[in-house]
Write a protein of this length. Structure first.
Length: 388
């Protein structure tokens, strides 16, 4: 039967986006396509709140966007501070290390964030070139506030790189106001476009640092020397070629970004907040515990939830599947089998989450979890119902 895909990416996509994806493939230099690409670059600046930023759209997943940031901005021997709240912080360390960086991993305890004091202490002790932060680590569902960390980066003259793969267009991102040098994501999460595009916005300062590199970028595909002229050409609505762009995906991206800006960033971020908060209240009403230690650091794009003590995790996910809702298992190695994840970003509506909660209540009842049936739905409705 028809199943609801509620994992933290890929997500359920808007019909308009899927329709755009299905249009006959144009030449990458066709006037129509040049227009779509140029529009997408302009719309990215609006979504990222970075009117003076340099956007990059390259075929690849979110990991390519991370790789591209590291390849272009880091040189062998550079010191990089990785502020980690889980699996994707660790991945960023691996990527920086691959380019010969001298990387320090500053990792939060499970379900927590790294304190600003700990970050400042590091920045005071060592001369770092860059720091990276994961806005929402999809493995823990922990939300970090990037603004004060960006302020620290400015204070110590360190480049700031935000992994926004699970946040851009779902959590608040004000790249220029906060002074973030790189904010990157992939298409398949809150942007709401099928997987396959790496999206990155670089500040003018980041571009300066890249231009003044002493060594060539040791990665052919990710090198901005190859991609910057292409982005500039599309911005100026001129034909160009380096590597064939993912034509259909970019047409879909234009449709997706148009829907995002039509909704309005503030309204969109608020929708994510309201739904996520009501969802957490619903989980707690049926005695489920979330992985983030505090409500203030719980992400609004996904929720990581511990399986109840007496319930077999694999059995619950499989029951949910039988009940037509696809959820994701755990990802962080040390607690992988102990929790599951629910994505609620992009086109997500209250009805989607009611469907998840209804299926969850049925599944948990079958698996003999102790709770009062109906409580999750009731709590969600109470938390959510907007007066307007
Ligand atoms: N960073 C974060 C925070 C993510 O959630 C993900 C994807 N789950 C990635 C990076 C990597 O993105 P991709 O899977 O598209 O390569």
């Amino acid at each position: 039967g028809r199943k609801l895909l509620m994992i933290p990416g890929p997500i359920e996509f808007e019909p308009e986006v899927l329709q755009a994806l299905a249009m006959p493939t144009n030449s990458h230099v066709a006037p129509h396509f040049i227009e779509s690409f140029g529009n997408s670059l302009e719309l990215m600046r609006k979504v990222w709140k970075a009117p003076g930023g340099q956007p990059f759209i390259v075929a690849g997943s979110g990991t390519l966007a991370m790789d591209m940031a590291a390849a272009n901005l880091i040189e062998a021997g550079d010191k990089v501070l990785v502020v980690s709240t889980g699996y994707f912080g660790r991945r960023f360390k691996d990527i920086f290390d691959r380019y010969g960086a001298d990387t320090k991993l500053l990792e939060a305890p499970l379900g927590e964030v790294v304190s600003l004091e700990a970050i400042e202490k590091e920045l005071k002790t060592e001369k770092y070139k860059a720091l990276s932060v994961t806005h929402v680590d999809t493995s823990t569902g922990v939300l970090v506030n990037p603004e004060p960390i960006a302020n620290l980066a400015k204070k110590y003259k360190v480049l700031s790189i935000l992994d926004g793969v699970c946040s851009v267009a779902g959590e608040e991102v004000l790249q220029e106001e906060w002074g973030l040098d790189v904010v990157l994501t992939g298409s398949q999460k809150a942007i709401g476009v099928p997987p396959g595009l790496a999206l990155l916005m670089a500040s003018q300062k980041a571009m300066e640092i890249w231009k003044n590199r002493k060594s060539p970028v040791p990665n052919y595909y990710a090198d901005w020397n190859n991609w910057l002229p292409i982005m500039k050409a599309y911005q100026e609505r001129k034909p160009s070629y380096f590597g064939t762009p993912a034509v259909n995906l970019i047409v879909a991206l234009e449709a997706g970004l148009k829907m995002i800006t039509a909704e309005g960033m503030e309204k969109r971020i608020n929708r994510h907040r309201v739904l996520a908060k009501a969802f957490r209240a619903a989980l707690s009403a049926i005695n489920l515990q979330i992985l983030p230690e505090r409500e203030e650091i719980a992400a609004n794009t996904l929720t990581a939830v511990y399986y109840p003590k007496n319930v077999d995790g694999a059995a619950l996910l499989s029951k949910m599947g039988q009940n037509d809702v696809i959820l994701a298992g755990g990802l962080l190695s040390e607690v992988k089998s102990k929790y599951f994840r629910v994505g609620h970003m992009g086109a997500v509506s209250a009805n989607d989450l009611l469907a998840v909660l209804g299926a969850l209540e049925r599944s948990l009842q079958d698996l003999k979890h102790q709770f009062e049936p109906g409580k999750a739905l009731q709590a969600f409705q109470k938390g959510h119902l907007p007066s307007a």
